[in-house]
Design a protein around this ligand. Structure first.
Ligand SMILES: [Fe+2]
Ligand SMILES: [Fe+2]
Length: 290
């Protein structure tokens, strides 16, 4: 099993803008730039999610000294617009053929039905063909795959603890010409295997952050070490959040970098448990390993 010897993660899109670098733009969404050095000192660059507004990501990347044209691949955590909406403009900007890795359900219709029956497309805003015309080469897989040395696309997440996954009541899809609940089986994450353990990256964690961590640990054979991303503890009962936080702690997670859809109560409870090892992410936030 290969490991990444050096890892740098930089948040390019999040719901908060941060203040260390001036003029960064926030949005409801997530995008994380990943740079890893393999055992032969070769650098690999990956973009995890594309926020909803690509121009802001391009703007933030340039302020942070990141050249998006150098990325080797793009990973989409799931279909939602706040993770996929920036894909087309990023492809137009980087102007090259690039692998885009996601679950095969990523293009399944994703419809939000509000209480007053308003229906919105909350999935990818463009067609597969439109992305392909701008250079996307889709690798749609259910199974986990290694996309760079020590970096694993986790594939379809097994619901080891179904009761610990968030429920998204108002998200529907179309199956056999009928509107049915969207199970969001496309929701996944990334695992980066390091000597200290595995770094787990979640987009919205609709499949349950505990399930994602469990799968990351099983695939890499390493203990969970660090989490970063959105963990969707929003609008969840306090007791359920407490169970999730305790479970993460007992699984051996040592540090948590949370943002996007984690929610204020989730962040508070994570901070109570992880103390100094809890960090709130924002645009421009970066962390390195070791
Ligand atoms: Fe999200
Ligand atoms: Fe989502």
């Amino acid at each position: 099993m290969s490991t990444a010897s050096l890892v740098r993660l930089v948040v390019l899109a999040d719901d908060y803008a941060g203040y260390e670098t001036r003029n960064l733009l926030a949005q409801h969404g997530l995008s994380i730039y990943i740079e890893i050095m393999d055992e032969n000192s070769k650098i690999h660059k990956i973009l995890f999610d594309t926020g909803q507004y690509g121009e802001a990501i391009i703007h933030n990347a340039s302020l942070l000294g990141i050249n998006l044209s150098e990325i080797d691949s793009i990973v989409l955590s799931h279909n939602h617009y706040d993770h996929t909406g920036g894909l087309l403009s990023i492809l137009k900007y980087i102007k090259k053929k690039i692998p885009v890795i996601a679950h095969p359900d990523i293009f399944k219709p994703s419809i939000y039905i509000s209480k007053n029956n308003i229906r919105l497309n909350i999935g990818l805003p463009h067609t597969k063909r439109e992305y392909e015309e701008q250079g996307a080469y889709f690798i749609l897989v259910k199974n986990p795959i290694e996309i760079a040395p020590g970096v694993y696309f986790l594939g379809e997440i097994n619901r080891y603890y179904p009761e610990l996954a968030p429920v998204l009541e108002s998200n529907y899809t179309i199956e056999n010409y009928e509107l049915v609940k969207h199970k969001l089986l496309d929701d996944t994450g990334l695992a980066i295997n390091t000597e200290k353990g595995v770094i787990v990256i979640g987009g919205c964690s609709h499949s349950g952050i505990v399930n994602i961590v469990e799968q990351a640990s099983k695939i890499t054979g390493s203990k969970p070490y660090s989490l970063i991303g959105g963990f969707h503890l929003l609008s969840m009962e306090r007791e359920k959040i407490e169970t999730i936080v305790e479970k993460l702690y007992s699984m051996g997670v040592e540090e948590v970098h949370a943002g996007h859809c984690t929610g204020f109560l989730g962040e508070l409870l994570l901070m109570n448990t992880f103390g100094e090892k809890f960090k709130k992410i924002h645009v421009g936030y970066s962390t390195t390993y070791p």
